[in-house]
Design a protein around this ligand. Structure first.
Ligand SMILES: Nc1ncnc2c1ncn2[C@@H]1O[C@H](COP(=O)(O)OP(=O)(O)OP(=O)(O)O)[C@@H](O)[C@H]1O
Ligand SMILES: [Mg+2]
Length: 356
């Protein structure tokens, strides 16, 4: 290796690296460091580049004799991020000036994933606790106050049956979600006639549609509506979208389901098949729309629970569409209704396409 290679190699590193001398002056900063913390850092005091007390402590410790020193710090600028900063004392032999190599590792995504995991566990526990509380309450009442009251017993058994069904649905949805998540990077290998799947879903929801006085109108032209996909998973997508439309719309309004083809859509690799589910419900305020596909996210918590919702439906839809390399579009106008559109590519890109 040539001597001049060193800066070239340092500049090729994606992580910011500094060399700091005994007076805390930066003697070298690689390209990644300059991109994040400003240009021409050489000659500056280290604190001018990174203004964080823990970063300084870490550097000083190495300069004062500690072989390595580490710290975690969050910086609000230039972008909000959390870094692990490591400072290693450079040993160049007797009498040489103390120097430290300081490197930064962005660990924001690791922390985010940890946070998501713990939020998820907290959410699941919370969601399971409420039906469980209702079940234990029911048992207590049946053993005590309602012991000899046939009417009250019926009522409590009804409630308990509903709550047990709710727990069952929740667990079913959680399993479904974890199954699609595991498979998300594996493309579906079958072919699906989307119109046939939608027709079947509409059939299954017929009773609910009639009971709620919300007729479902299916619109499509004859033709080939096949896409690469997994029948069971796509059934789940349309089941949830149409179920939501029925759940969150008004009596005596129509739910319109229409199939169409479109050219290339943003985020998709080619032409797509669109399934639009349009309701005339109360609509969703704009600030909620980007969060609807988060697990357990509900616009109106009590309303969704009262309707038996687990808040996992759209999270499952999103993961299934991701697996199909498709997209979910949501448009809604308060007071007028919502349109959820599932877009599915008509052809999947080749498995070895690095961009897909
Ligand atoms: N068509 C719609 N109109 C109005 N709000 C909707 C509509 N679809 C979904 N939402 C809102 O988005 C939330 C999330 O929907 P999602 O399908 O994920 O959960 P859910 O329907 O509450 O429960 P689940 O689908 O698990 O039974 C709902 O609670 C509701 O607040
Ligand atoms: Mg739903």
């Amino acid at each position: 290796m040539k001597k001049d290679d060193l800066p070239v190699i340092l500049n090729a590193l994606v992580e910011p690296v500094f060399l700091v001398n005994s007076s805390r002056q930066i003697t070298l900063a690689n390209a990644a460091a300059e991109e994040l913390f400003g240009e021409e850092l050489a000659g500056e005091d280290f604190v001018h580049a990174i203004r964080h007390p823990d970063a300084l402590k870490c550097v000083v410790a190495a300069l004062e004799g500690q072989a390595t020193s580490e710290a975690i710090m969050s910086l609000p600028v230039p972008v909000r991020a959390t870094y692990k900063i490591s400072s290693v004392r450079l040993e160049r032999g007797d009498g040489a000036e103390a120097e430290a190599v300081v490197s930064l590792n962005d660990i924001s995504h690791v922390l985010e994933a940890e946070q998501m995991r713990s939020d998820f566990v907290a959410n699941v526990s919370h969601e399971l606790r409420s039906p469980l509380t209702a079940l234990s309450g029911g048992i207590e009442t049946l053993k005590g106050a309602a012991k000899n009251d046939a009417e009250a017993r019926e009522r409590f058994l009804d409630i308990m049956g509903r709550e047990a069904a709710r727990m069952n649905r929740l667990i079913g949805d959680l399993l479904s979600l974890s199954r699609v998540e595991v498979n998300e990077h594996v493309r579906p290998s079958g072919r699906v006639d989307v119109l046939a799947v939608v027709e079947k879903v509409v059939d299954t929801l017929e009773t609910r549609s009639v009971a709620g006085k919300k007729p479902i109108r299916l619109q499509s032209t004859p033709g080939n509506w096949e896409v690469p996909g997994d029948t069971d998973e796509l059934t789940q997508v349309f089941q949830n979208l149409i179920d939501n439309a029925l759940k969150y719309s008004r009596e005596n309004t129509e739910v319109e389901v229409s199939l169409s083809r479109s050219g290339k859509l943003a985020g998709l690799s080619g032409p797509a098949l669109k399934v639009e589910v349009k309701d005339q419900g109360e609509g969703i305020p704009a600030e909620h729309i980007p969060r609807l596909t988060e697990r357990f996210y509900r616009v109106d918590d009590s309303r969704s629970r009262e309707k038996g919702g687990t808040g996992l439906g759209l999270a499952i839809v999103k993961h299934i569409l991701n697996r199909h390399r498709g997209r979910l579009l949501i448009e809604s106008e308060k007071g007028k209704g919502s349109t959820f559109t599932a877009c599915l590519p008509l052809d999947l890109p080749a498995q070895n396409d690095p961009l897909s």
